[in-house]
Design a protein around this ligand. Structure first.
Ligand SMILES: [Zn+2]
Length: 105
């Protein structure tokens, strides 16, 4: 039985993503919680949709390559909800975050 290889921490690239909060300014991504795809809308009357439509709402998501709209919450800051557009290829934030309505995902 051989020992596990040592973890070389000097090779880990530690980059910090800044998310521009409209209230707090640019803040570390660790202060935010990803809250899901902003393009998925809850059916207004869940009882009126088919099982397939409800399953699609609950579980099926696109996995876009490029710009994607997302909900984020500044959990460890002002606790406000944001909707931002993030590039899934390089994680850059392409648009100024906007406030989502009080209805959250
Ligand atoms: Zn904030």
């Amino acid at each position: 039985m051989s020992a596990a290889p040592a973890l070389n921490l000097t090779r880990i690239d530690l980059k910090m993503q800044l998310i521009p909060c409209p209230w707090c300014g640019p803040r570390n991504e660790n202060e935010f919680i990803y809250q899901g795809d902003a393009t998925v809308l809850r059916p207004p009357d869940p009882g009126a949709v088919s099982d397939e439509e409800w399953t699609s709402y609950l579980y099926l998501r696109d996995n876009p390559r490029g710009l994607h709209r997302e909900h984020w919450n500044h959990r460890y800051g002002c606790r406000q909800w944001l909707e931002l557009e993030r590039n899934t290829l390089d994680h850059t934030i392409a648009s100024t975050p906007i406030v989502t309505p009080k209805e959250t995902p």
